[in-house]
Design a protein around this ligand. Structure first.
Ligand code: AMP
Length: 282
């Protein structure tokens, strides 16, 4: 696996790879969720490029930028074993020189939910992805459904700004008990780990209640009641799959989304409810 740390070298590496070229952006501390994105990219594309960059622009001053897990040697091994052709691993000054002053925002989606909880977060995400797309010029961008709002927001940005890249959203990879794989799961001790699965359970309870015909308020209350009492719920909602606006009357396509804190660790998760063809049609 070739690698680049500078923008110039990354451009050169990328332009020499066969097409279609798949791109998997990450912040490292790689797990099965990331590798699933690579597998999808391998299947669909002739070459796969990954990036590892803990993007300071998407962390607020009170967040975990300094302590975010970093494991570059293992990450490189995992990417090489998964068949990644080239890795871009810039440092912050390579991406944001001292005079950097241009930012991209998606409104109003970027201000909802994760955007409201983490001011500036999505501005950091969209700005870094614009830079990465411009540097690497991939044909297909692979994103995880685990970060559904991020995926929907980036797909909107790509459409609005006419980027010539397809977006493929890959289903969430979970632990056997249902907890979504996340780099931040490393922060959980065994007590918190046992509690953390209740975020997934809260989403499942909410969705089951909705599918059984419960009113939204009752479904959300049932979901919230499945969350560990020691967790702090940031939000639990049912949103439109395109706009991420809350919907009052449940109907697919939608996401059931949730975020909660387990001690100092904040986790997010969601369930996607696709439009299903009605039985008997066609
Ligand atoms: P991150 O390193 O957290 O920025 O994530 C990089 C990419 O991996 C994003 O597109 C995430 O949505 C995706 N991802 C993270 N966790 C999972 C998971 N459990 N399943 C599928 N994709 C994931």
């Amino acid at each position: 696996m070739e690698s680049a740390a500078t923008v110039a070298r990354a451009r050169a590496l990328s332009s020499a790879l066969p097409r279609p070229l798949g791109f998997v952006p990450t912040m490292g501390a790689l797990h099965e969720g990331h590798l699933e994105l690579v597998r999808h990219a391998r299947e669909r594309c002739a070459a796969v490029l990954a990036s590892i960059f803990v993007n300071p622009l998407q962390f607020a001053p009170n967040e975990d930028l300094a302590t975010y897990p970093r494991d570059l040697n293992h990450d490189r091994e995992k990417l090489a074993a998964a068949g990644v052709d080239a890795l871009f691993q810039p440092d912050a000054p390579a991406m944001y020189p001292a005079n950097f002053s241009t930012f991209v925002e998606v409104e109003p989606l970027g201000a909802l939910f994760e955007g409201a909880q983490r001011p500036g977060h999505f501005r950091g995400v969209t700005t870094v992805i614009v830079k990465l797309l411009n540097i690497l010029q991939p044909d297909v961008l692979f994103l995880g459904q685990k970060d559904a709002q991020q995926a929907v927001l980036l797909r909107k940005m790509i459409a609005d700004l006419d980027f010539l890249v397809d977006v493929e959203i890959v289903p969430t990879v979970r632990e056997p008990d249902g907890l979504a794989r996340s780099s931040r799961n490393r922060y959980l001790d065994s007590t918190r780990r046992a509690e953390a699965v209740t975020l997934y359970q809260a989403l499942c309870t909410t969705l089951r209640a909705l599918e059984d015909g419960a009113r939204k308020a009752d479904a959300l209350a049932a979901g919230a009641a499945s969350l560990s009492p020691s967790a702090q719920l940031d939000y639990l909602e049912i949103v439109d799959a395109e706009t991420f606006e809350p919907i009052e009357k449940f109907r697919p396509p939608a996401f059931v989304i949730g975020a909660a804190r387990f001690g100092t660790t904040r986790l997010i998760d969601n369930l996607w409810v696709p439009l299903r063809p009605s039985i008997g049609s066609g």
